[in-house]
Design a protein around this ligand. Structure first.
Ligand SMILES: Nc1c(NC[C@H](O)[C@H](O)[C@H](O)COP(=O)(O)O)[nH]c(=O)[nH]c1=O
Ligand SMILES: [Mg+2]
Length: 358
């Protein structure tokens, strides 16, 4: 199975619907009525948000997520946005490796959890909000508001969309309660979506760095990861506690890229809603939409739409991650190394980072 997915090529395979963006400006998608006007550039905003989060809870975050970070990939010290450009590191000495990474062969995969890796039951989420509104003596949120808060952090949804409170302690209390209700309904039972296990096996085999990003609390997500037996598969796990804002804000994806040490243009997001597509594009990332709870025709703003992850091959992802040189400024120059005269084996010198050539 693993072999067949990896070997699938562009020759024989055509995803349900897909279009590769060649316009590096990315399309602006008018799909989220709750988007706030942005007065600053996306990059400046991501930088500001990421810095804020670092200053706010740096120690807490790194201590909690350390189990999921692979040494050598994640820099535990705070850094500036954008992250160090691991892929296009000009100090790479192996010209073949450098060429490979400067092209489309080196990228990070950023996955949502529900509706992408595991099956999602949309009714549980709706019922949780309805139950919370009843407990709090608020009017039940209508369907259009529930759609607007899909993918947001609970605090964000309660304060900015439902307008139930702005008091931080109340927001925290209601958010925790809503997750408690959700977990009760969900029952701690998780099931892989068909094809997702096979797909992450392929990516693991190809050494493609992977991040898991979800608006669920870390504790619940860690339990869920353990219960389906994929501990340690993701190099990085970003959860609700790590960020101020969920989707459609790009903060979660920007932070995942920072932890993976990939510039955003080198990341592909896999999500199942238009808010995810919007957040990924806002973060300057490509987005594959998985049509799980939303039909294919509603997700056409994504760069590629599939029903099941195992419809995709590594070749498809490489094509998707194909980087326009203009996105990096000037055309990169291939550096010629000067070999020292007294070195008897000059061509055997390889930078440390060159050893993981795949
Ligand atoms: N509000 C509705 C949701 N919200 C839940 C989110 O879509 C999401 O599944 C959850 O936040 C987990 O995050 P992730 O997918 O792992 O990133 N879902 C619905 O189906 N319907 C809603 O109205
Ligand atoms: Mg989802």
């Amino acid at each position: 199975m693993v072999e067949s997915i990896a070997a699938t090529s562009l020759l024989g395979y055509s995803p349900i619907l897909g279009h590769y963006l060649k316009d590096c400006s990315f399309k602006r998608v008018a799909m989220s009525p709750n988007r706030l006007p942005r007065l600053r550039s996306n990059k400046a905003r991501a930088m500001e948000l990421t810095k804020e989060v670092y200053n706010f809870r740096e120690e807490d975050r790194f201590s909690k997520s350390s189990d999921y970070q692979i040494d050598g990939i994640v820099d535990r010290k705070p850094g500036l946005w954008p992250p160090n450009n691991k892929a296009d590191n000009p100090s790479l000495q192996n010209p073949l490796l450098r060429q490979e990474r400067m092209g489309c062969g080196w990228f990070g995969a950023v996955f949502e959890w529900e509706g992408v890796i595991v099956e999602d039951n949309p009714d549980h989420e709706k019922q949780s909000w309805l139950a919370l509104s009843q407990e709090e003596g608020k009017s039940p949120p209508p369907a259009f508001l529930l759609r607007r808060i899909e993918g947001m952090k609970n605090e964000q949804a309660i304060s900015e969309v439902l307008c139930w409170s702005r008091d931080p302690s109340q927001l925290k209390r209601m958010s925790l309660r809503k997750e408690q209700i959700f977990q009760g309904l969900q029952g701690g039972i998780y099931r892989f979506r068909d094809g997702s296990k096979e797909f992450i096996n392929v990516l693991t085999r190809y050494n493609i760095p992977m991040a898991l990003v979800s608006t669920r609390p870390r504790k619940n997500l860690e339990e869920a990861i353990g219960s389906i037996g994929i501990n340690g598969v993701f190099n990085v796990v970003v959860t609700a506690e790590d960020v101020y804002r969920g989707k459609p804000d790009p903060e979660m994806f920007a932070y995942a890229a920072q932890l993976l040490q990939f510039i955003p243009e080198r990341c592909i997001v896999f999500g199942n809603s238009n808010l995810t597509v919007e957040a990924a594009h806002e973060a300057k990332m490509k987005c594959v939409a998985v049509a799980s709870k939303h039909p294919v025709y509603e997700l056409t703003a994504a760069d590629l739409v599939v029903r099941w992850l195992d419809e995709l091959s590594v070749v498809d992802l490489k094509n998707l991650a194909d980087i326009e040189s203009s996105e990096f400024g000037a055309e990169p120059e291939v550096e010629m190394e000067l070999e020292e005269e007294d070195d008897p084996y000059p061509s055997s010198r390889v930078a440390i980072d060159d050893q993981d050539f795949w």
